[in-house]
Design a protein around this ligand. Sequence first.
Ligand SMILES: [Zn+2]
Length: 315
Amino acid sequence: MFWWRICKDAIPTFAMLAYRRLINHQRCPRGCSDTENTNHIIIRCGFIKKVFKLLEDWNFDIPEFNSVDDCYQVLSRLANSNPFLGNLICSVIYYCWNSRNQLVHGGCADSRYVIAYRAVIQSISSFKNGLIRENWDANQLFKLSKSSWLPPPPGWIKVNVDASIFPNNSTDIGGIFRDCKGRGLAAFGFHTIHWDIAQMELLAILSLRDHIKDWMLEAKGIVIEGDNLNVINIFQNALKKNKWIHEEFLNPKDLDFLHNFQHFIFSFVNRDCNKLANFCANYAHFSSFFWDDFSSRGVPPSILDLLKVESSCNN
Ligand SMILES: [Zn+2]
């Protein structure tokens, strides 16, 4: 619907609203000194340029286009040659507009990292048939499939977390940190007792503060991924609105440790993409652990096999 409106030049940009005398200015709300028209929101806006630049840093080969017509031509070419990339460009432009609307309506806009990451995830989920494409890393092939674990952007780390809940208030929490090539960096698991099941998935994320090491802070950013949609939503919404609307669950100070990272993103995945975190949680049933050397003898071979499968590295 958004793209249909763009084609009809029917997006309520400030230029359009001013033309209809509904507002008395036309400047881009993101602070560009330019008129906000359709051309601006697709190509000229300084913010969208930053998002495309970021995707280039993540090794996506974003083609240049200088006008809306140019953009249509690029997209129509990509429809045959690289539909994934075409879909990614469309998603970026859509999410930028969406976020611009939040800003205009009194909310807080998403960062370019959140938009770029979300657009990649969205585009991947649009290609359900397991297309193989070169992605984040030009040397690494992985399956673009809804059921595969996806590596974080280059230079970032990703941590998957999970909680396994048993009768009689027993819970095991586990997580695994990986780099952009899917290599295991560290894994942890511990046993605890719960009084409230809803809180356990929250605890899984909050427990990261005890397992993040100084060397991890060198990363360009961290993606925190879990398979409980409600919990991920709580964190995402709290960050987006820049206020803690779920204070009955969370104290803002609880997440101070994440601000040591340059950037952090919360991401939801289905259970199939969270198998290793689930494995760590189940393994913690026997005893608590923290591994940061996957070649050491204490690490069970089954986790190494799972790592290989999930990283989809063909080397
Ligand atoms: Zn702008």
